[in-house]
Write a protein that binds this ligand. Sequence first.
Ligand SMILES: C[S@@+](CC[C@H](N)C(=O)[O-])C[C@H]1O[C@@H](n2cnc3c(N)ncnc32)[C@H](O)[C@@H]1O
Length: 369
Amino acid sequence: MILTYFATAAKGTEGALRDELRALRFRGVRATRGGVHFEGSIEEGWRACLSLRIAMRVLLERGTFDASSERALYDGVRALSLEDVLTPSHTLAVRSSASQSTLTHTQFIAQKTKDAIVDRIRDQVGHRPSVNVEDPDVLLFINMNRNQATLYLDVSGEPLFKRGWRMAAGEAPLKETLAAALVRLSGWDMKSPLLDPLCGAGTIVIEAAQMATTRAPGLGRSFGFERWAFFDKSARARYRTLHAKMTAEEQPIEAKILARDADERVLQVARQNARRASVRIPFLGESLRPYPFDTPRAWVVTNPPYGVRLAQAEETNRALAAWIDRASGITFGILSGDPQFESLVRRRNTRWLALRNGNIDCKWLVYET
Ligand SMILES: C[S@@+](CC[C@H](N)C(=O)[O-])C[C@H]1O[C@@H](n2cnc3c(N)ncnc32)[C@H](O)[C@@H]1O
């Protein structure tokens, strides 16, 4: 059976996620604001959870209907069958979003949706599942847009940036999903060297190394669908087969991946993270300076420090800008939260994008030298 999925993405990374889905040969791929639609079997949903680096969540669409009133919302949800996923012994939680719709109160929308779901199950089997907001077996999303409601099941469970390898955070670590988006957006060829000279906890280089080995990011964690009703012995056996197949797809790394940071403490964290992520990266304590690459092409992908989170950023930013101006044969991908950064570089950027890092508005700048 062909199912419809929606992989959610951080603002600005939808295009990168679309390209990732296409590269991984998913079907029906179509980007929109907030994420990317795709289609496939139930196993394709599992494969998406295991293999997508840029998506925040993988959602499975269960129905779309008009919901211009409270009654229409309740009836629309109640008409949808969820018995394959949810029984009275499962817990559930519903989250919601709404735009340009008559019903605007998201908490109310979530509550009504939950009522319709549990009422249907109680009428059918005599008991109702209970709510667990913190750690539900089944997480649902109801999205209202121009009075059209869409009910989704969260296939991924915990958001996909939680890969299971991060030990402790550095001072201002990037989300793994954003780091992966940056590496893809930089256009890195996975053969030439890639350096993060301001690597912090190592998020960018760890993601790059896993990408180069084609190691699926989700191999070391569990997912929401594993707690659903239909995930019985035979489904688990099918999932194990898929997991083993994807584990075997790992390849030796061709490219040289390099990481530097002036702060030895943060490098300790980076080394631990890399070990847990099963990648080998030499992390060296060194202040920023132009790196003498000996290949015709090289990539520098980095997230320089900025005032909101880190002091004494200006000198580093000036040194980085001076390197960009003098370099040749290097593609620089810079995620900067400092609005002044661009003005420090005399060279014009090749392309740029507005991105957010946590709650900080950032600019992604690519300089091809
Ligand atoms: C915004 S953080 C990078 C965070 C990183 N992307 C991560 O995910 O953990 C910037 C890093 O630059 C380092 N740094 C600042 N100035 C530096 C310099 N002049 N030379 C080397 N490292 C520097 C800081 O120690 C900090 O770890």
